[in-house]
Design a protein around this ligand. Structure first.
Ligand code: ADP
Length: 306
């Protein structure tokens, strides 16, 4: 096998009460990539469609993640990468993560799997370091492992895959406005009250437990963010209304996807998730803000061959 065409999924990081530690993998939105072995050693990005992104290996998250793996391999192999972007950059559903995760996943398959999932996450995190200045794993981990992932610790890297109930669906709406990552970071506070952290920990434990036991009611009771959402939501026009509409339409809960501006909702069943999509869309139609909306099951596998 010398070439793979793959699907590199979009992901939702944070998931309300899991700021910086929780993420989930989507199935109906993601990039396509082709990764092939080449005779010469090193990494080459030969083609990018769908977006203007650098072809220079050191400036593209796919290239940086690939180089991190090559360095560990210590051999003379070489790969060529094509990126066909479908995820919009800066949308908050892991555009950079999809490229980094997809690249290392495909390389590992072509090399007959010398690395385990945690090692792949570590390579892909080098791409995230380039994109955002921090080597976070909350998008690349679900893209590589699938399902929900919990990053229990970074040093050492300890990632736990959490099962998700079959009927759990995500709705994601991306209002076409720009939220600068620097703004999304600067509104955060460096310390939080004991009271807030107690509520957040209770909800995170509840969410994890609800996912394990397929208790949709518990998932719903737990989908709250005491800490970040109240600060960040002011950067997203219509946030409160979209969230309210989603819950009124039957969603279990809703919140900011990653650092925004996308807003996600979780629902039981596809029909409800679609109703939620319609209801969330109406807010942005009324505000005259363009948007994309996606409904997806939880992708339990992560990257896959097309
Ligand atoms: P998201 O919030 O969806 O993860 P970001 O907007 O944070 O996406 O990351 C995109 C940033 O990473 C942009 O500055 C973009 O130029 C850079 N980048 C470099 N390579 C890629 C790539 N292959 N795919 C997406 N973004 C890339």
């Amino acid at each position: 096998m010398n070439e793979l065409k793959i699907f590199a999924p979009a992901t939702i990081a944070n998931v309300s009460c899991g700021f910086d530690v929780l993420g989930l993998c989507l199935d109906t939105v993601g990039d396509e990539m082709i990764v092939r072995k080449i005779p010469e050693s090193g990494i080459r990005i030969s083609k990018i469609t769908g977006q203007h992104l650098p072809l220079e290996v050191e400036k593209n998250v796919a290239g940086v993640a690939a180089l991190a793996m090559l360095e560990r391999l210590n051999s003379e192999v070489g790969f060529e990468i094509e990126i066909h972007k479908k995820i919009k950059a800066g949308s908050g559903i892991g555009s950079s993560a999809a490229s980094a995760a997809g690249t290392v996943w495909a390389m590992n398959e072509l090399l007959e799997r010398p690395f385990d999932a945690t090692e792949l996450v570590a390579f892909a995190m080098k791409g995230e370091l380039l994109a955002s200045g921090t080597a976070h794993a909350d998008n690349v981990a679900p893209a590589l492992l699938g399902g929900f992932t919990l990053i229990r610790s970074y040093e050492p890297l300890d990632i736990i895959k959490i099962p998700s109930p079959d009927q759990l669906y995500a709705t994601v709406i991306h209002p076409q406005i720009e939220v600068k990552t620097s703004d999304a970071r600067s509104v955060l506070k460096q310390s939080i009250s004991l009271q807030k952290s107690i509520v957040q920990i209770g909800n995170l434990g509840g969410l994890i437990s609800g996912l394990y036991t397929a208790d949709y009611n518990l998932i719903s009771r737990s989908l709250h963010d005491e800490i970040v959402e109240p600060l960040r939501s002011i950067l997203i026009p219509g946030f409160d209304e979209v969230k309210q509409n989603a819950i009124q339409a039957g969603a279990l809960g809703a919140g900011i996807s990653g650092s925004g501006p996308s807003i996600f909702a979780l629902s039981k069943g596809k029909a409800t998730a679609e109703k939620v999509a319609k209801s969330m869309s109406e807010t942005y139609q009324n505000l005259n803000i363009d948007f994309d909306v996606h409904v997806s099951n939880i992708n339990t596998k992560g990257c896959r061959i097309l």
